[in-house]
Structures are given as C-alpha cells and as structure tokens.
Design a protein around this ligand. Sequence first.
Ligand code: 3H9
Length: 702
Amino acid sequence: MKGTVHYEQRDNIALLTIDNPPVNPLSSGVRQGLSDGIAKALADDSVEAIVLTGAGRAFIAGADISEFGGAAQGPSLHDCLQSMDNSSKPIIAAINGTAFGGGLEVALCCHYRVIAPSAPVGLPEVKLGLLPGAGGTQRLPRLIGAEKALDFILSGDPIPGPAAKELGIADSVADGDIVEAGIAFAQDIIAKGSPIRRVRDESELLQADRDNAELFDNARKTSARRMRKRFAPEMIIQCVEAAVNLGDFDAGMKVEAECFAKCLKHPQREALIHMFFAEREVAKIPDVPKDTPTQDINQAGVIGCGTMGGGITMSFLNVGIPVTVLEVDQEALDRGIGVIKRNYDIQVQRGRMSAEEVDQRMGILTGTTEFSDLGTADVIIEAIYENIDVKVDTFKKMEAVAKPGAILASNTSGLDIDKMADATTRPEAVIGLHFFSPANVMRLLEVVRGEATSKETIATSMKLGKRLNKVAVLSGNAPGFIGNRMLGGYTRQAGEIILQGATPYQVDNVILGFGMPMGPFQMNDLVGLDLGWRARKLGGVKPEDVPITARVADKLCELERFGQKTNRGFYIYPEGSRAGTPDPEVVAIVEETSAELGITRREISDEEVLKRCLYPLINEGARILEAGIAIRPCDIDIVYINGYGFPEVTGGPMFWADQIGLENILADIKKFQSEYGGDIWEPAPLLEKLVSEGKTFASLQG
Ligand code: 3H9
C-alpha cells in the first residue's frame, strides 16, 4: 500500500501526520493509516482531541489520481471521512501546505481548520473532468453559501490561507509552527468545552439560497461560456442544487455519488487525467537525468522587438527576469517597447494588473541597438524573421558578444538549429526556444535540441520554461519541429476540401464544433493571407505554379483582402470587430477557382471534413514518433493542446486517436489515399505496425 500516517501523542492530543511524498495524495496506505489512526485515538481515553496535518510541503494533494479507473485497495475515502465526521472527539486540521480536492474535503470533514498563510486550498477536480466527490459539493455550500461554493468549485482555482479564512473555509490563520498552532487550537476547544462543529449539520446558509433558481441559471450560463463542451460543470451544479434544495445531507451525498460516478466514466475524465500526467511526463527526458546541472538565468537578451520578440520579452519581465531587448534602430526599438507598454496598460485598464506592477516590469527592461549590450545576458534569444542566412549571421554576432556559458537560442518556428549552431564555436550552448504567439500568453514552449546541444543547455532550457510558466516540450531538430510539421497536412487538406465542394465556413464550423477555438480559415485571416502571397511574389512564383490550395487566398489578396488587418479576408469584419461574417463573394471565388482547375464540386459531409483535416495530424504524428523527433505520444498531445488549440477534453491528437481506434483511422487514411492520393495519405509505417500488432500509441509511452 502506498503512503502512511504517523501517529504520535502529545499530552492529551493525538497528532496524525500524513506521509506520502512528494505531495501526500490519499493513496491506499494513507486511507488505511487515517482509518487506523482515528480508531486508535478514539479508543484511547487519554486522548481528548485529534490534530491532522501533512508531512513536507503539502497537507493532502487530493485523491490519488493514478488509482482512478483501477481497483483500489484499502478502506474507501468515504469510510474514513464517515469515521472522522462521527468522531466523539474534536478533530482539527492543521493545514500546513497544499490542500487540494479530496485533501480539502478531508479538512472540511474535520471539525475545525487552522491554516498556514502560505497554504493554498482548492477544489481543482473540474480541471480533471471530475467533481469534489468526498462531500465537497455538500459541505462547502453549508460553510460558505451556494453562490461562493459554486464559484470556487467551478473555477477549480486555489486560494491562499488568508483568503480561505475570509471566505469561511478556515477558522484561523496561524503564522509560525502550524502543528503547534493546531494543538493550541485543540487545547482551547477542550478548555472551553466548545461543541464539535460538524459542517454536515449546518443549514442556515442553505436555507437562504433555497428557491433561488437564478443562482443556478447564472452558474450554468457562466460555465457554458468559460468551459465550453465540458461535462463536469453541469454535474457540479446539480450537486450543489441538491445540497440547497434537498437540505438533507445524506440525500445530497447520494446525488454527489451518482454525479461523481458519471464523471468518472466519462471519456473527458480519462482525457484530462491523461493531460495531467502528460504535463509532468514531458519534463522527463530519458538521456538528461533529473540531476543534470543547470545554469542560473538572471538576465535575458532578446533580439528583435516585433510581435514575437515583444511577447518573449514580456514573458521574462512577468516573472521578474530583467531583459535587454535589441532592435536595428531607435525607431523600431521605441515602437517595440511602446507596444509592450501599451499591452501592460491594457491589463491595468482591465483590472488585471496594477500601475505599480507595470512600473516594476518596465523598470527591468532595457532597450538597445548595440549587440555589445547583450554581453551580460545568461540567455540570448533571437526573434528575427524566418530566413536562415539572416539567422546564421545573427548567431555569429551573438557569439561575438555573449559571455562564456550563455545560452544562445533561436525562436525559429522550423528552421535548422544545427546550421545556426555551426555558425558559432560553441554549438553545445545553441538551442531552439520556439515560443508561440502571443508569446506572453501561450503556454507552449518547444525546446529544440540540435546535434551538439549539451545536456546542461537542455536541462537549463526546460527549467527556464517552467519558470516562465510555460509547458516545455523537447523536440528533435527537423523541419517544422513537432507542431508546425504536423500542421502542414491540416491546412493543406482544408484548402483542398473547399475546392472540392465545401465552403470555408463549413470547414471552420466543423473544426469549431470539434472544440478548436478557431477554424483554419479564421486562423488564416488572423495571421494574414498576404504573408504567403507576398513571399510567393518575391520568390517569383508563377501563378500556374502556386499550390492549388493557396489559389483562393492569393485571389483574395489581389483584391486587397488580407484578413483581419484589412477587415476583409475569407470573412468580412465590421470595423473594430474580430468576429467575421461569411461573404458570398468569397464562395463565388472558391467556386470559380474549382471551375478553373476542372474540379467538379460535390457535397462533402461534415464527418469527411473532420477526418480529412485531423487524420493527417495523427499520421504525421506517427512519423514524428518513429523518427524520434518527439519522445513520446504524450509530448505531441501537449504540443497540440497548448500551442494549437486542440481541445483539451480529447487528450490531444494521439490520445484521441487511441480512443477512436488506430485500425479505424488507418482504414480511413487508406480510403482517402485511394480517392485523393498524395503523400499526406501515405500511411505512416508506425501506424501500420501498431495496427498489425493490435497496439495503441499509449503502448509506446513506456
Ligand atoms: C480528487 O481529489 C477527487 C476527490 O474529490 C474525490 C475522491 C473520491 N495523485 O505537480 P508536481 C504527483 S481528484 C497522484 O510535479 P508541484 C505528480 O504526478 C484530485 N499523484 O508538483 C508528480 O509525480 P512525478 C484533486 C499526484 O509541486 C508529483 O506528485 N487534486 C497527485 O509542481 C509531484 O507533482 C488535484 O487535482 C495526485 N492527486 O505541484 C491536485 N498530485 O514526480 C493535483 C500530484 O512522478 N496536483 N501528484 O511526476 C497538483 O495540482 C500538483 O501536483 C500540486 C503540486 C499543486 C499538488
């Protein structure tokens, strides 16, 4: 059994300490220890109260997530909680650190709660596709009222100790030794003869909320907006509704148990828990051990202060790392820094940041036009435009000024890191740090290792990613790395489908319906249709040589429809709006292009649109795995969810593929190959191998 609970008697107090490193989840051994410890304390006449705390940095991080879906050993959490609730001796939670999910529910089952100021408490189950299933949906509304309980449970976000006290979750905030504070609290209760306070027996706040249908309507509207297509929020609302309207605690617990079971069985739960473990897995690199030495990053240099460079700069400033940003001339520098300042000012207007915080961030930003000013930086990242010759030249300049040991990084979205490394005499310090736009917002960071990149450079970069609040995924150095390489097939298929009979609006609606935040044509309009068109013009590409999937976009550009920036592209955007409306003129251009190419248009089903856009991602993902560019299938899932808006509830393209069945996907890929041909539909050898062996992508996780 995993984990244990230490029992110790201090005078008339039994001290139970949960010990299941690193974060004390409620694994089988903890439940057993809790059950035994409570029984022992109750049986011992010399014990007058029980104090419960956690060893190390956490109180309890919640149920043991790795046990979900399997057969659990030991007593159930509900049995433990029942014995605590029924205890004839007061139980005081001394919340020393993180109390999440089932951990907070254990604390709510205690009769009193003392909390350390730094201890975060939260019910994050919703983020895992679950609900607080150990009485949290019934006890919290009794303690703080239904409205606040709904907000707290539906957001899943933690709050620190003092806020927990203010909300009514904790009885007292204690500085200093939290165990001593818990024991002192217990002695005080004993001395005063205070009654045991069982949250289950509280009813005042529930009565005040009864028959308030508006409360639940509002919660439904908010969660539909914030957590589109999520199953768990409605289940949570039903549980809280039951707490309020049924009044009886046991009847409410029955509803909670039913709703929890529905969540547990739901595919979203499996996908979201896959994501939880995947996020932690990607940090593990087989040939870069955990104890690989890392360098301190106390100062950064960024080359280029355009959209990417500005966003990267903000990512560093946001976590307090000073940045020197370089531009070609003063005008470009002033413009770039002006944009950064404006972005922060918008945050102030929206109440997300104070003016003092903006001053602090801007105070650690220095602008320059001289490379020599980058000499003190621990990491220098170039974020100039995508041209290998210019990048190579920039790396030569970086190396000339960089201090020994500094990391030299490129923000390229797909160019060859080794070519840049070869331009220097320290290729071991060269790495790709591919941020996603807007870099200060998007969570993904692709870390690209070159042939000679050292383990220390990789370990430092992965650690830096975490410090910048990103999820860093290691990629091999191959064109497009992981994400953009996979994207190619998706966008090409979207372009092909509209020539064969669908409209751009049908394709976008199918992709939106799948749960992506944007369809491919909305994405084109956002990025700007003119980028590809200008590159083709500059490159002297003849009209007849333009790929057929780019023909419609090029025609739109000839009409100066560049996308959102000109208020017209595939969509029409009313002035100042980012919500486009479909345009019959575009449909006419698409139809005209099909005719020019001799393509007979036909009805294309939504199902075909979805498969043809998404299956190339999976096929290419299999190739990427086979070539060792991504370490594991879950690395691809993390890239796609955090960098490309793939819906989280699917668990990412590779996890989703396993759910659909690889044999079904391969059959469709072969069907599309015979109908449409092209390298996109050439089945990846790894996909064929897994199907022939009856295996899944998950079987490659190791
Ligand atoms: C629940 O409670 C349901 C109940 O309502 C109902 C029950 C009937 N279980 O994140 P870290 C592992 S649902 C198992 O790197 P940090 C994690 O995988 C649960 N393992 O550390 C990692 O392992 P490894 C509700 C867990 O300091 C190691 O611990 N609770 C669990 O950055 C360190 O984790 C949650 O959703 C767990 N519950 O952050 C809380 N938690 O080293 C989930 C962690 O092998 N946990 N591990 O990769 C967290 O949010 C963060 O882990 C926490 C620590 C903030 C606690």
